[in-house]
Design a protein around this ligand. Sequence first.
Ligand code: NAP
Ligand code: MG
Length: 494
Amino acid sequence: MTLLTAPTDARSVIDALHTGLFLNGEWVDAEHGKTFSVENPATGEVLTRVADGSVADAGRAIQAAGDAQADWARTAPRARSEILRRAYELIIERSEELAAIMTAEMGKPLAEARGEVAYGAEFFRWFSEEAVRINGDYTTTGDGRNRILVSRVPVGPCVLVTPWNFPLAMGTRKIGPAVAAGCTMVFKPAAQTPLTSLALVQILLEAGLPAGVLNVVTTSNSSSVVSTWMSSGIARKVSFTGSTEVGKILLRQAAENVMRSSMELGGNAPFIVCADADVDRAVDGAMTAKLRNMGEACTAANRFLVHRSVAAEFTEKLAKRMAVLRVGDGSEPGTDIGPLVDQAGLDKVQSFVDDAVERGASVAIGGSRPDRPGYFYPPTVLADVSADAALMTAEIFGPVAPVIPFDDEADAVRIANDTEWGLVGYLFTQDIDRALRLSDELEVGMVGLNSGLVSNPAAPFGGIKQSGLGREGGRSGIDEFLEQKYVAIPRSRT
Ligand code: NAP
Ligand code: MG
């Protein structure tokens, strides 16, 4: 394979980053000059240190967002649109730098990091187009006596909290609609991956985002910083992506101040392969749905429910495809599977595999970690996994594909829905009736029909059950950041 461009040197890009807090349009140190380190999960090397925001710093951030809200809400939609458009273009221009940072701090292979840069940038382009299409309504009451004027106004200062697995896209998916709607923000990126977010802030600053609109606090003490914002009385909304456990904590805090809440939480996606499926296509889909981001995705296929008549063929073909993948440092050319994010993630994945094997599963490929430094785990396929294996009811968050054979469709649906989560389901069949019937029956917010990928800025991304509240992207993405205001106007009688 020849590379079109040599990989950008992450070290020099990271050394050039601002690593302070971003408060009211300025880069500043954290209180007492405190910092914490950011590591490369492929090597354990410390990449740099970033400001460690305190409760006092958090207070300054939310104050700045509150102070900036009224002016920001009055800006022309076109002005907000053009900031996002410029930021989109700058992200594309700096794709290589952003990808290098992301791979260094998070581990995903460069090719995937580049893919995330393109995907993340699209949210800015999409919401730049939405900013100028915020419509209202003007109607008459049923009795004809009044006019109803409805406008849509920004919800107000927003608390944004994002996870480490998609360091760029999870930020742009929230910042994009907030900017488009005219909301100010306080933003806390994940402690393990703050650098991509800091690079993004720099881009928004260059794109012309006014001071105070976006305030960023990196911290090693997320619960104090975020709860300061949640209880401030200034924030009107919280948009969170992360675990269901932390989402519930934030929902409780939101209840105290009756705040609007958007929650993108965990998943436990079923991947159903019916007897009539095109098995090769299902294997293609499985490769994406399982291995994107090393399996560290809320949308990752977690349980492969495969009709018994094709289970052996599917398992064998999937194992064969996975066998040729190269595990290694994501910054090295040719790497397909990078390290997991940390030791805890690695231990969890190994314990799920051991547990499934103890309960009767057989290992078709992979199954044990390589003897090398870094948090690496190989692509793994487990055949004949029993229904009581621990990984059936937990997010694996690693490159492990458990195959569970089923005999009839009703059984597959019952197992698929037997979880408190409901983010996404994947369905492989060539029968149109079955496809529509099963899409109806799956208790999920999204279905990948003969597709291993559902994420797209133009689509409403989100889950039901304990996978979350609200949608990001699509036509409804901006609604999460808007309130309706209704003015009653009596009709004049003359
Ligand atoms: P997490 O532990 O819930 O962390 C997410 C964010 O919340 C991080 O910024 C974290 O800060 C912060 N946080 C942790 N505890 C907090 C607290 N008590 N109060 C306020 N903030 C707190 O999740 P994760 O392990 O980083 O990410 C993986 C999870 O995200 C998985 O469950 C995955 O399914 C989910 N996810 C969902 C979607 C979706 O769209 N549905 C997308 C991606 C990921 P620190 O970094 O300091 O811990
Ligand atoms: Mg965490």
